[in-house]
Design a protein around this ligand. Structure first.
Ligand SMILES: CCCCC/C=C/CC(=O)SCCNC(=O)CCNC(=O)[C@H](O)C(C)(C)COP(=O)(O)OP(=O)(O)OC[C@H]1O[C@@H](n2cnc3c(N)ncnc32)[C@H](O)[C@@H]1OP(=O)(O)O
Length: 358
């Protein structure tokens, strides 16, 4: 059945009512079909490589070639109707479809002298947005002053964290990609500095796969407890990136240069057992007992004399701190340049147009 102009307009209205973001892949398809249906084939000049969003849109529209306007209109209506059921708002009685808890993308709780910071974006595999970097710093600042003995980082859902949200690179400010790269480098440096300077023991409870920056900063933690479902992946080269979180220094020190090179340069993904053998993970637990065993142990640790714990940690940490700050600065500068590279731009585009996953 051919879609009428009325069906098309109704589909356009329906999309505006969707409460749930359908994801970049779908948004690009809808954009391309809309443009083809209303303007015909794309004849705009190709945007520059660094203009990521417009380049992705241009690619999607151009890929439709000389598809007739009527067919594009029909495909648009079909796509919207197939997705509409999934986009209906959840009833108030049920939890949100993506399982997000009240409290936003980051949940911070304090109980039994343990402050817990939880990545809470399960629908996006707990990818870290720009706002989340800022909120984690605020949470660490508060935890450094509260009555907690330990600070824990963990994830809600099947992932621990899928690393930096790759769409963080797509909102280009008026100052262009250079300004974006500069502000990202400043934010990253400040974020990692918080972990270097944090005054209390930091514990990661790695409940599932960990990617990118969520792996590299583990080198700055005191304890890393992992589920046997967890994996540890730093795919920097495929993304046109370079290591951060002081991992270029902490990983070779911890696992030796060649094991670190396999991870940080060649992107080898480690299982939890392998990461434990390399010293990145303290102990691996069966997924079914991770929470019970780890939290029982952590509660016992909070009963230790707090001043002795602090002093021991300080003497272990103080010698390397200056070096870590220098490494952090160097890694951020290397990344600032990487973010401006064609290799990185192409990798982000591939992810956004769903041609690539890890
Ligand atoms: C201030 C800046 C600081 C920068 C610091 C730099 C850090 C470097 C890094 O962290 S590099 C690592 C970056 N991360 C990745 O490359 C991971 C990309 N994600 C994937 O490859 C896959 O999503 C996966 C393997 C993690 C999971 O695959 P799976 O098939 O199980 O699930 P989906 O792909 O369908 O994912 C579900 C939705 O989550 C979105 N998503 C997942 N990870 C990210 C991410 N890192 N950034 C943005 N979005 C992410 C994914 O797009 C799906 O969303 P959708 O349902 O809307 O399509």
């Amino acid at each position: 059945m051919r879609a009428s102009q009325k069906d098309f307009e109704s589909a356009l209205r329906q999309v505006k009512l969707w409460k749930k973001d359908p994801g970049n892949e779908v948004k690009l398809k809808l954009y391309a079909l809309y443009k083809q249906a209303t303007e015909g084939p794309c004849n705009l000049p190709k945007p520059g490589m660094m203009d990521l969003v417009n380049k992705a849109k241009w690619d999607a529209w151009s890929a439709l070639g000389s598809l007739p306007k009527e067919t594009a209109r029909e495909n648009y209506v079909d796509l919207v109707s197939s997705l509409s059921a999934a986009s209906e708002p959840p009833s108030p009685a049920k939890p949100a479809a993506d399982g997000e808890q009240a409290g936003g993308d980051l949940v911070v709780t304090s109980e039994n002298h343990i402050t817990t910071i939880t990545f809470n974006r399960p629908a996006k595999k707990n990818a870290i947005t720009t706002q989340m970097y800022r909120d984690i710093m605020l949470a660490l600042q508060a935890a450094s002053k509260d009555d907690s003995v330990l600070t824990v980082l963990t994830g809600n859902g099947d992932y621990y964290c899928s690393g930096n949200d790759l769409t963080n690179f797509t909102d280009i400010p008026p100052g262009g990609p250079e300004e974006k790269a500069r502000t990202n480098a400043v934010l990253l440096r400040e974020f990692v500095d918080y972990f270097i300077d944090f005054p209390k023991p930091l514990v990661a409870v790695v409940n599932g796969p960990a990617v990118g920056i969520s792996v590299t900063i583990l080198g700055l933690f005191d304890l890393v407890y992992a589920s046997d479902r967890a994996t540890f992946h730093t795919p920097f080269s495929p993304l046109g990136l370079s290591p951060e979180g002081c991992s270029s220094y902490t990983f070779p020190k911890m696992m030796g240069p060649s094991k670190a090179a396999e991870m940080l340069i060649f992107g080898r993904k480690l299982t939890a057992q392998e990461a434990c053998a390399q010293g990145l993970v303290t102990e691996v637990f069966p997924d079914s007992t991770l929470q019970k065993e780890v939290w029982t142990r952590l509660r016992a640790y909070t009963k230790l004399p707090p001043n002795a714990v602090r002093t021991s940690r300080e003497v272990m940490r103080s010698k390397g701190r200056e070096r870590l700050h220098a490494v952090n600065a160097e890694e951020c500068e290397a990344l600032r340049q990487r973010w401006l590279s064609e290799e990185c731009a192409s990798a982000v585009l591939r992810f956004m147009s769903r041609k690539a996953k890890l």
